[in-house]
Design a protein around this ligand. Structure first.
Ligand SMILES: *Cc1c(COP(=O)(O)O)cnc(C)c1O
Length: 346
């Protein structure tokens, strides 16, 4: 039994999702004539109480388009040092937007309103113009940590008071919302723009959505085209996104609960030095000295369990739609009995 905890991006469409995709009505989306893409975009806008949305091939593209649309060269983006927009998008803020970055060391990947306030630059000729704040919810590198609505709104207030745009990298937003119970409308009213991934825990094979007001999305469409993201009969894949939003949100709680259970087992294991607090479907933990991630991953792989190294001493597990109860049972057994610090012959 192969157990793949490398990422929640590894999920494959179910028969039901495939049937829904197969039957999608399609047209040319570059001419805005794909009814299924139009339906998905309208649904997303509606969900967040925003005016419009844009379907894109990836979450990197929706983040990059948002940054590009909100900024001018010589501006700067304020974000947490571990954030995806800074760490994992090839420095796209500089490449695509010609802007600077101002990183803040937060806690478990989360920023605080006071930190943002202090990071805003004064208006001097020699300083970039602080223009956009990007927060990530859940925070991947923070161990899947979750912002409360209060924390998000406090940062939003700082943005409003300083003419800063406020963008949410919500690749795994719904993993957070099933925990906090906050409404999508409340999230929508907090941010200028929101990016969500359909291809992570929601289980669609591809696609992300960017939501915002009409003027913002109109300009975003141009940037999507110049980045090569204008797709034609995209309704076939957009249908998977619609299916995911309609069927796969509530079950994210299962993934979160399983990750928490895994975290508890790891907490009590003698080969683990520390586990980041588990709040959603990501478990990040440090191995004790002497056990390298390569050694640990090799042992897991021999048992058909696959995960990824996350830094020089850390491992990441991500739970998702294609992990069964049986797989979790087996994983727990391996983590609690078959692996111990002794098994590494230190
Ligand atoms: C996955 C992810 C993205 C977007 O990734 P793509 O692979 O480009 O779809 C953006 N932000 C976060 C936090 C992510 O985890």
């Amino acid at each position: 039994m192969k157990i793949n905890l490398i990422s929640d991006t590894v999920t494959k469409p179910t028969q039901e999702m495939l049937a829904f995709m197969f039957n999608a009505e399609v047209g040319d989306d570059v001419f805005k004539e794909d009814p299924t893409v139009n339906k998905l975009e309208a649904h997303a806008a509606d969900l967040f109480g925003k005016e419009a949305a844009l379907y894109c091939p990836s979450g990197t593209m929706t983040n990059q388009i948002a940054i590009k649309t909100h900024t001018q060269p010589l501006d700067e983006m304020i974000c947490e040092v571990d954030s995806h927009v800074f760490q994992y998008e090839n420095g796209g803020y500089a490449f695509n937007s010609g802007i600077a970055v101002n990183t803040i060391q937060g806690k478990y990947g989360k920023l605080e309103a006071d930190q943002v306030k202090k990071a805003i630059k004064l208006d001097y000729d020699w300083l970039p113009n602080s223009k956009i704040v990007v927060v990530e919810n859940t925070c991947n590198k923070g161990g899947g940590s979750i912002y409360t609505l209060e924390e998000l709104n406090a940062i939003g207030k700082v943005c409003q008071g300083n003419q800063l745009k406020y963008h949410l990298d919500g690749a795994r937003l719904f993993n957070a919302l099933v925990e906090t119970g906050d409404s999508t409308a409340a999230i929508g009213s907090t941010f200028d723009s929101i990016s969500i991934c359909l291809s992570k825990g929601l289980g669609a094979p591809v696609g992300s959505l960017l939501v915002g007001d009409v003027g913002f999305i109109k300009r975003a469409r141009k940037f999507r085209k110049v980045m090569g993201g204008g797709m034609r009969q995209a309704g076939y894949i957009a249908a998977a996104g619609l299916y995911a939003l309609e069927n796969n949100i509530d079950r994210l709680k299962v993934d979160n609960d399983r990750a928490k259970a895994i975290g508890s087992v790891l907490d009590q294991s003698n080969y683990v030095a520390a586990v980041k607090p588990v709040q959603s479907n990501i478990v990040i933990f440090d191995l004790i000295e002497g056990i390298t991630p390569a050694m640990f991953l090799e042992k897991l792989a021999a048992l058909e369990i696959h995960a990824s190294a996350f830094g020089p001493q850390s491992i990441r597990f991500v739970t998702h739609l294609d992990i069964s109860a049986l797989m979790i049972e087996r994983l727990m057994e391996v983590l609690s009995t078959e692996i111990s610090s002794d098994s590494f012959h230190l």
